[in-house]
Design a protein around this ligand. Structure first.
Ligand code: MN
Length: 500
């Protein structure tokens, strides 16, 4: 139900050369295709047929209306007849919503025995979609192209992916990211140009002093806390020292107080993501690790130590993946495990790993942190599920944003009795040495946003809509080709900037 108030517009291209009967037939076919897509059960967002456009004026009016309709997160175009593409120029210049060019055809197979010239005057997608494709290529307009029959589940799934990404794109366009404290001092990779990020990605990043959060925290009542601790007791296994009467029970209570305050603060500001800094917690009892873990699971973007880009990317990846089964998390390259073919990277953080990726019911524990000079924090401890996933980051290269995506294989992790944090253990593709070297060569962060449910296609669609660079590290990666790609991209984006 996450996407139920959104819609994608379906616009059919044609022209008036072929007479009124053809216009009526095009309309009927378009309605049938849209109904078929909606009834397929494969699409998360409702498709709305917005009519057939037969002239430049109609194209422009329809695409301008798409810009102005808040519910509309993207436009699918399909050419039923040959729609001379100069009529699309002005409309496409206006269009600011994501575009999907659906190269399909009403009939599935060639009707060998009955096909005649009347049929050909009506059904011209094969050449119509090429004419339309040309003008988009000529205008250097970003789009996704899906080729396939409209009743084919594979084609529908490609549209579904683009829909989820387009919904997340719309969600990002008014994304407020709240930072308590700044970047961890001196850290380069998590910083970047916030003005450019707002222009290019939609992110709006605001700073609030921790004192503002403390003021909200002071309003939290004992009853609020009791209610939340009851939720903890239901959802997690509490360590002995965390149970009622346990010696660290008070730390669980303080963790609940901070969580309630943080959630209220984010709700009041209508923020979608936040960052914390363990050096800036005056008036807060402990690093709000449990709060960050639980808020991530609700969809709030989170980045540690002021990392606003990863906070935003987590929110976007969570948004795309709503309703999908395996989950996502903020993670950090924590420590390396050299073991031949099984060499792997332990993924964790001081506290803040999202319980959506847990393989079993998390344990709620309180232990010392040894950094930040605060009281011992509560945290959820668990190991992650096994399976393939994607780790992504966005870095600021000075003249552009670069998204780096690594396909990774999560393997069985182990308990860490002396290091009580939640963790995942993964082997980067194509293997530990090449995967890690490529990530480092591309300038990737030590933080990433990870998802089991999303595939490269989602992040490709996202980078295409945003118009940012995307670098993939997967089983096809070799370091020599990777290095060439980075160098080629350097030239491409330099020229691209000069041309724009
Ligand atoms: Mn960190």
């Amino acid at each position: 139900m996450a996407f139920e108030n959104l819609e994608v517009w379906f616009v059919t291209g044609a022209q008036l050369l072929y007479g009124g009967d053809v216009v009526v037939a095009v309309d009927a076919h378009s309605n049938e295709i849209v109904k078929g897509l909606n009834d397929s059960g494969n699409l998360p967002v409702k498709v709305v047929y917005k009519g057939t456009v037969n002239s430049s004026a109609e194209v422009t009016a329809t695409l301008k209306a798409a810009n102005n309709e808040e519910k509309c997160i993207g436009v699918i175009t399909w050419m039923h007849t040959f729609s001379p593409a100069k009529m699309w120029i002005h409309g496409l210049q206006e269009l600011r919503k994501p575009l999907l060019h659906f190269c399909t055809q009403y009939n599935k197979e060639i009707l060998w025995d009955s096909i005649d010239m009347d049929f050909m005057n009506l059904n011209q997608s094969a050449h119509g979609d090429r004419e339309f494709g040309h003008i988009i290529a000529r205008m250097r307009k970003n789009r996704k192209i899906v080729v396939g029959h409209w009743q084919d589940a594979e084609a529908q799934k490609k549209i579904a992916t683009w829909m989820r990404v387009s919904a997340a794109w719309a969600d990002a366009q008014d994304m407020l990211i709240i930072r308590f404290g700044d970047q961890m001092n001196n850290v380069a990779v998590t910083d970047g140009d916030k003005v450019d990020a707002e222009m290019r990605l939609g992110y709006h990043v605001d700073y609030y002093p921790i004192a503002d959060l403390v003021a909200v925290q002071n309003e939290v009542t004992d009853q609020d806390i009791a209610n939340l601790v009851a939720v903890y007791e239901k959802e997690y296994d509490l360590a002995e020292n965390c149970k009622e009467g346990g010696k660290d029970r008070s730390q669980v209570i303080e963790a609940a107080r901070a969580e309630i305050a943080l959630r209220r603060f984010l709700q009041k500001k209508e923020a979608k993501a936040f960052t914390t800094n363990f050096d800036d917690l005056e008036g807060i009892d402990q690093l709000p690790g449990l709060a960050s873990q639980r808020l991530m699971a609700e969809g709030y973007g989170f980045g540690a130590e002021g990392d606003w880009k990863t906070a935003a990317l987590y929110r976007t990846m969570w948004y795309m993946g709503q309703g999908l089964p395996k989950g996502c998390s903020f993670l950090e390259d924590y420590t390396l495990h050299f073991d031949g073919e099984n060499s792997a990277i332990l993924q964790a953080h001081m506290l803040e790993v999202c319980p959506l990726i847990a393989e079993h019911k998390p344990k709620l524990e309180v232990h010392p942190l040894g950094i930040g000079g605060k009281n011992d924090p509560a945290r959820l401890v668990f190991t992650s599920k096994e399976g393939e996933g994607v780790a992504a980051t966005i870095v600021d290269m000075g003249n552009r944003f670069r998204m780096i995506v690594n396909k990774v294989d999560c393997i069985k992790s182990k308990e860490l009795p002396k290091l009580p944090v939640a963790s995942a253990l993964w082997i980067p593709q194509p293997n530990f040495e090449v995967g890690a070297a490529a990530w480092i060569m591309a300038g990737g962060t030590h933080h990433s946003s990870f998802s089991y449910d999303l595939t490269l296609e989602y992040l490709e669609d996202y980078a295409e809509i945003a118009g940012i660079e995307m670098i993939v590290i997967d089983n096809h990666t070799t370091l020599s080709e990777f290095k060439k790609e980075l160098r080629m991209n350097e030239v491409y984006y330099m020229l691209n900037k000069a041309l724009c």
